[in-house]
Each structure stands twice: as structure tokens, then as C-alpha cells.
Design a protein around this ligand. Structure first.
Ligand SMILES: [Zn+2]
Length: 339
């Protein structure tokens, strides 16, 4: 029994974007009691997200609003500065105060080609004006940003800002072509930036993970970046990303902390969530621990052996019981014995 799992980076704007998961499949049916949607909606679409998705989700829903006005309804979502409306973004954060926790921006594609790190400065401006924080997506497998971009953008971020896709192997990653860790990420850690995993389909690499772990760069939170495409492919669920971290050598209690207590800290709800303390909200996930011989795969098809795995069994959100679904694999929740 653990505190309810908190996924700080998923995509649940179902029918509003083509990367939107069924919020309950991403949520209570997978042992997750709180979901942060990471920028599926922008100022032009956020009301739709709020109006249609929140009532459908049994899990608590919070969000990052996308800096681009259309969110992720189309991609690339920011082609140039005209796709950004800071005033409208700030107004939407104020309208949904407490629900929108920050400004999401992806350091990818045409936006950085057109605007360079001004893109990040705009996100910072919106965060500052709304009293929130920035969540920056690094890693660009599609448009392949130039390799120094991440080193140049990290110094622009402020304490409390979130770097998501910490262990990405895509261009924009935190190790250079010789496998050396960028000094800017060590500096970012010193300055109090927050690191999140957001495994997803394209942004997890075991070799990059090991190189960063060797330098003490570990995430505050593990999260899914769940989308229907990713779920059919590389990353299935919250327990799946947790299992990969067990295989990387993280201790069980640390992995659970990254998915509960630390995530509650990130969303500013540590007094009430991510804990089983008496008097707090009854968000609880029952997980089963299994022993076996499993092979895990990363986004570049690198593999990793693991002997421990967790599977969700039952979810309680606000004291209400929900059954989990059958599981994302043909054989249920546990990892594939062979890739
Ligand atoms: Zn994402």
C-alpha cells in the first residue's frame, strides 16, 4: 500500500488533441490518483480541457498550460512568435488559479529555429507574470535541435522551474556526443531547478541515465508522458516507468517516493497528498511486488535487465475504490519477459 501515485507529466486532452489519453485509463485504472496534464492545452483551448476533461476524470487533474496558444492540438505547436500570446496565457492561468501550475514549453523544432532561446524567455515572462513556473521539455527526436541549445537555455531558468525528459537520448540531451555530462545541468541542480523524467515514447535512454546518475543527477519525480501512441509502444503506465527505475538500480522506497511524496512536493500539495498520514486525503494505491527475470527497453531500443517489478492492484481516490484495468500488455501489467 502506497500513497496514490501522482503522474506529473501525462497527456489526457482526449478528443481535443490526437495525443490525448482516456483520463481514467491514465488515471485510476492504472493506480494513478493525480495527473498533471503537461501542456496539452494552450490559452485558445484550455477552457475546453477544463470543461470536458476534468468532470470525466476520477483522478484529480492539474495542468501546465502550453505557451503556444493552440496547445498540442497541432504540431509543431509554435512556428514563430505569432503563435504565442503571453497576455492570454496569463489570463487563463488566473482564470483557473490553483489548477494551472505552470507554463509548458517544448524546446523543439521550428520555434527554436525561429526564436532561439527567446522562446524560453517568453515562457519565463509568462511564468513570472502569472506567479507560476516553467516546465521545459528538452529532447527533439523529430526536428533535431542543434546540440548546444539545452546548454544555452538552462541558465535562463529559475529555481523551481522544471526540466522534463531528464534522461532523453534525443538531440538536446544532457550529455554531449562524447558522453560527457553538460556542466550546465550540474549548475542547474545547484540552483534548485527541478528534474522530471517523462519517459514517453521518445525520451528515455538508459545509457544517458547512467551517465547522469554517475554525476548525481537524479530526478525529483518519475512520470509517464503518457499518450496513446506511447502506450502502444515504449511506455505503458506509471508502474512501467517505476519498474524501469528499479532496473536502473534505484531502491524501491526511492522509486515510490519519486512517484508519490516528491510528486506531491512538485505540485505543492505535500501536506495532503503523497502521504498515508492520518487526517490526509485518502488517495491510496495498492501495488504488488513481483520477482522475475525481465528485459526493459528504452527509446533507442537499448535494453536493461530487471528482477523486480510492481503492478497496480487497486486504487482509492478520496476514499472511493476503483478497480485497475487488465493491464497494457497481452499478459497484464508485468513487463515482457523478452523484448
Ligand atoms: Zn509530454
Amino acid at each position: 500500500m502506497t500513497p496514490g501515485l501522482i503522474d506529473v507529466h501525462a497527456h489526457i486532452f482526449e478528443h481535443g488533441t490526437d495525443i490525448g489519453m482516456d483520463p481514467n485509463l491514465a488515471g485510476v485504472k492504472s493506480g494513478v490518483t493525480t495527473i498533471v496534464d503537461a501542456g496539452s492545452a494552450g490559452s485558445g483551448t484550455y477552457d475546453g480541457f477544463h470543461h470536458y476533461i476534468l468532470p470525466r476524470s476520477h483522478a484529480r487533474v492539474l495542468s501546465m498550460i502550453h505557451l503556444g496558444r493552440g496547445g498540442l492540438a497541432y504540431m509543431p505547436e509554435i512556428r514563430d512568435a505569432k503563435d504565442i500570446d503571453i497576455d492570454a496565457t496569463v489570463a487563463m492561468v488566473n482564470k483557473h488559479h490553483g489548477e494551472i501550475l505552470g507554463i509548458k514549453v517544448r524546446a523543439v523544432g521550428p520555434a527554436v529555429r525561429e526564436m532561439g532561446v527567446d522562446l524560453i524567455k517568453k515562457a519565463r515572462e509568462a511564468a513570472k507574470a502569472s506567479g507560476t513556473r516553467v516546465m521545459v521539455h528538452i529532447g527533439d527526436p523529430l526536428w533535431k535541435v542543434e546540440p548546444t541549445l539545452t546548454a544555452r537555455l538552462l541558465p535562463l531558468l529559475e529555481p523551481g522551474d522544471i526540466v522534463t525528459h531528464l534522461y532523453t537520448g534525443a538531440p538536446g540531451r544532457l550529455v554531449d556526443d562524447n558522453g560527457k555530462v553538460l556542466p550546465e545541468i550540474l549548475d542547474a541542480q545547484q540552483r534548485g531547478l527541478i528534474f522530471d523524467i517523462a519517459h514517453g515514447r521518445f525520451n528515455m535512454n538508459f545509457d544517458v541515465a547512467r551517465r547522469l546518475m554517475d554525476k548525481g543527477i537524479v530526478p525529483l519525480t518519475v512520470s509517464t508522458d503518457l499518450t496513446p501512441g506511447g502506450r502502444d509502444d515504449m511506455l505503458k503506465s506509471m508502474n512501467h516507468v517505476m519498474n524501469k527505475f528499479l532496473a536502473l538500480g534505484f531502491r524501491l522506497d526511492h522509486v515510490i517516493r519519486m512517484a508519490t511524496y516528491n510528486a506531491a512536493e512538485l505540485i505543492g500539495m505535500r501536506d495532503d497528498l503523497g502521504t498515508l498520514a492520518e487526517g490526509t486525503t485518502a488517495d491510496i494505491t495498492v501495488l504488488e511486488e513481483h520477482e522475475g527475470d525481465w528485459t526493459f527497453t528504452d527509446s533507442q531500443r537499448g535494453t536493461l535487465k530487471g528482477t523486480k517489478a510492481l503492478a497496480p492492484v487497486l486504487t482509492f481516490k478520496d476514499g472511493v475504490r476503483y478497480d485497475v484495468e487488465y493491464g497494457p500488455f497481452p499478459w497484464g501489467w508485468l513487463p515482457n519477459p523478452r523484448p
